[in-house]
Design a protein around this ligand. Structure first.
Ligand code: GLU
Length: 488
């Protein structure tokens, strides 16, 4: 059996999109499952839309997701270079083969002429296909056009290739995900493979590279199905083996439109900045089209690889449920150790003065705040009151609903009197506060109301982490200073 070789071939015209991350993952899983190779190829034939920053972002994002490539830029491999702009001297040879075999021809049409053809088709309400005006130009005619200064593009001759290898104009292939797909090739239109400036087009470069890199399976989004038919014909015209193709359904936003920035983050790096863990993101992305056989959704990529079968991928579109991703991210946060959390939360606490807490206090702070986190970045708000020294920002409801009440004022005054002599350890505070709440309970004040008063004064909020631990972490001085400010 031939070696399984798959590839991810991003165009660096943007940061790595989650959709591309999913395609990369499914290719990676397929390679792992079949002891194959996962190849990265950068498709930067469109120089205007390419930037080095995007290329770096693609590398970094794939690495962060654990999708390390076996061959590609950075790591090299036997069929490189793996960046298309470094391969421009490879393509003309194959254009010439197609010209020699009669599967391609020079086209001298100007952009204006082509525009006029399109308008004509639109006027007649017909889908546009190139009229093949240049297919049978004589050598004299071509010479004349060249003398006028026109430079030809090269077009692929669909009908010629189709006739040479198939019985009718219908072209079929057996998709790994979607089953049999077909098209009437009369509707495809002879497309440009080499532009007049000498640059190969996507549909051509991709075939040459897949052929030379011995790609056995092409797994990509279903938006490429119409390209696949064109590409199959080029493989055949070159006498090359046609790879197997598998097309994944699209990823849609919860409103069923195309996933875009207006729905939230779309690039892997944006998710990371927002406080998502790459382990959670890749797990979530795997579930867009694939489901685990045991129904257990939280799984590492290694576990998924064992269970993965390409023919079980759903052929329909998947919905990118941000809510589910958030839930999953929370699950992954809970799985981190306290030491890991201490490090990973730091960037999201950068706006505070971390030196206000000793390492011991910081550890305790993390222990009592991580559980409700959905995103790592939630800590910025959730831990605000551990910083700021003697002052704390009082939220409106904490002021109106709690601190402005007579009960709260009574509680705070009593607290100031009694707590002066308390030994300020968490254990002792726990005991003392229980007794303190007991006294108020006898006066008819519910224990939680008593604690609200203290919480509102010390944290400025009505909810938050364990109050006894907060007092212990802040220390007596800061706690007292804040309570004093809250007393009228
Ligand atoms: N460069 C193409 C893209 O980013 C890749 C298509 C393919 O996988 O063939 O859409």
């Amino acid at each position: 059996m031939t070696e399984v070789r798959v590839r991810i071939a991003p165009s660096p015209s943007g940061n790595l999109h989650v959709g591309t991350a999913r395609t990369a993952l499914f290719n990676y899983l397929f390679a792992k499952k079949n002891n194959g190779k996962f190849v990265l190829r950068i498709e930067d034939t469109d120089a205007e839309r390419t930037s080095q920053a995007y290329i770096d972002n693609i590398f970094d994002s794939l690495k962060a997701l654990g999708l390390n490539w076996d061959e590609g830029p950075d790591v090299g491999g036997p069929y490189g270079p793996y960046t298309q702009s470094e391969r421009f001297d490879i393509y003309p040879k194959y254009v010439q083969i197609l010209l020699d075999k009669g599967f391609a021809y020079e086209c001298f049409c100007t952009p204006e002429e082509l525009e006029a053809e399109k308008e004509e088709a639109a006027k007649n309400k017909k889908p546009y296909v190139y009229t093949k005006k240049c297919e049978n130009l004589t050598n004299e005619e071509k010479e004349k056009l060249r003398k006028e200064g026109r430079k030809p593009a090269i077009r692929f001759n669909i009908a010629k290739a189709q006739k040479a290898f198939h019985d009718s104009s219908i072209l079929k292939f057996d998709d790994l995900v979607k089953g049999e797909l077909h098209v009437d090739t009369d509707l495809l239109g002879d497309f440009v493979i080499l532009k007049s400036n000498g640059a190969p087009t996507y549909n051509f470069a991709v075939v040459i590279d897949d052929m030379l890199m011995k790609i056995s399976h092409v797994i990509r989004g279903e938006d490429h199905i119409s390209n696949t038919f064109k590409q199959i014909l080029i493989f055949e015209a070159l006498g090359a083996e046609v790879p197997r193709f598998g097309h994944l359904g699209m990823i849609l936003a919860p409103d069923r439109s195309k996933l875009s920035k207006r729905h939230g983050a779309t690039a892997v790096s944006e998710f990371v900045e927002k406080g998502y863990l790459t382990d959670a993101l890749i797990n979530f992305v795997a579930l867009l089209g694939w489901s685990p056989s045991d129904g257990e959704e939280i799984k590492s990529v290694d576990e998924i690889a064992k269970d993965f079968r390409i023919n079980e991928i759903s052929s329909s579109n998947s919905i990118f449920e941000y809510d589910k991703l958030n839930w999953m991210n929370g699950q992954y946060i809970k799985k981190l150790s306290i030491d890991e959390l201490k490090e990973r939360l730091k960037p999201y606490l950068a706006k505070y003065d971390l030196s206000e807490l000793t390492d011991e206090q910081y550890t305790r702070m993390v222990e009592i705040t991580y559980e409700p986190l959905t995103l790592l970045s939630d800590i910025t708000y959730d831990a605000q009151y551990f910083f700021g020294g003697d002052s704390v920002e009082i939220e409106e409801n904490a002021q109106k609903d709690v601190l402005d009440t007579d009960t709260a004022q009574d509680v705070l005054k009593a607290f100031m009197e009694q707590a002066q002599n308390w030994e300020w350890t968490e254990e002792n505070l726990h005991e003392k506060l229980e007794a303190f709440r007991g006294e108020f309970k006898e006066k008819g004040i519910k224990p939680k109301v008593t604690m609200w008063a203290i919480r509102a004064a010390v944290t400025g909020r009505t909810r938050g982490a364990d109050m006894t631990a907060i007092l212990a972490i802040l220390g007596k001085e800061k706690s007292f200073a804040r309570i004093k400010k809250a007393i009228k």
